[in-house]
Design a protein around this ligand. Structure first.
Ligand SMILES: Nc1ncnc2c1ncn2[C@@H]1O[C@H](COP(=O)(O)OP(=O)(O)O)[C@@H](O)[C@H]1O
Ligand SMILES: [Mg+2]
Length: 265
């Protein structure tokens, strides 16, 4: 029996589009191997188009893989499951629903009692600090607050695994830093396994225990780095630490050395 929560084993994914002579095949992922421990926080880092979103969707079971196997808790996944929840960069909230309505949404297929759904939803709305806003609609909230709703909605089904696709990519720099601290607090509180996609080297180092760096197409993991900081983390001490600067430098060197990559600082 494996002690890993997630095992990505020789995973490949190609997209096929068009018919006959217009048929196009894009090899998005090739030979991807990665294991993630229960309760781990791992970032997938790499240039745009290297297959980060593709791998996250494969982990969620939203799209099928074309090679290899993905196991969660030792079992090959066959599609989406309630043990995994996705957080999107663009929030994807229902504009016509309140904060409470949005967070209740994923519970509607499994919890028949409305009161019970609302009790669960309120617990997570409180966890993300939005109790005073449960009746508000998304357009009345800032970007950071909308993503808090996105996180509460993902937590509502009590998944073991949070799959986060550049969740803070649409936020301004200051809000982004606040949200990073918030996410670490929630992660420590809930013990979820987090797979976090980003193309920010600093964000990956500040948040994660481990970083898997992708090379450009076809996406594969070119290196893995252990981050030498414990938790809780303080952004000032972490970012000012010589080991942060060193690791940042090492990862940048790798990304810039990737001939197919368009990564720029
Ligand atoms: N549905 C799709 N059909 C065809 N090609 C796709 C599809 N989705 C993504 N791709 C291609 O797969 C590659 C990886 O995309 P993606 O996973 O979105 O990268 P990233 O998230 O790292 O920016 C890109 O070349 C992209 O154009
Ligand atoms: Mg992406």
């Amino acid at each position: 029996m494996s002690t890993s929560k997630i095992e990505i084993d020789g995973v490949g994914k190609s997209y096929v589009s068009g018919k006959r002579r217009d048929r196009k095949v894009v090899n998005a992922l090739q030979g991807v191997n990665l294991t993630i421990a229960p309760g781990g926080f791992v970032s997938l880092l790499g240039p745009s188009g290297c297959g980060k979103t593709t791998l996250l969707k494969c982990l969620d079971g939203l799209i099928p893989i074309t090679d290899g196997e993905i196991r969660v808790g030792g079992k090959a996944i066959k599609g989406p499951g309630r043990d995994r929840a996705f957080v999107f960069q663009d929030f994807r909230l229902f504009p016509w629903r309140s904060v409470l309505g949005n967070v209740c949404f994923p519970l509607e297929t499994t919890v028949s009692s409305r009161a019970e759904r609302e009790t669960t939803a309120r617990k997570y709305i409180e966890m993300v600090g939005l109790s005073a806003f449960e009746k508000h609609h998304p357009h009345e909230l800032s970007g950071g607050m909308q993503q808090r709703v996105g996180i509460a909605r993902a937590l509502a089904v009590n998944p073991d695994i949070l799959l986060m696709d550049e969740p803070f990519g649409a936020l301004d720099a200051q809000t982004r830093e606040l949200m990073q601290v918030e996410l670490l607090r929630i992660w420590e509180l809930t013990g979820k396994t987090v797979v976090f996609v980003t193309h920010s080297v600093d964000e990956a180092i500040f948040l994660s225990q481990r970083i898997a760096v992708f090379s450009a197409r076809p996406g594969r993991i070119s290196a893995e780095f252990d981050v030498p900081f414990g938790y809780p983390r303080n952004e000032h001490t972490v970012r000012g630490d010589g080991r942060f600067v060193e690791l940042r430098h090492e990862i940048w060197g790798l990304l810039k050395g990737d001939q197919n990559s368009s990564f720029s600082e």
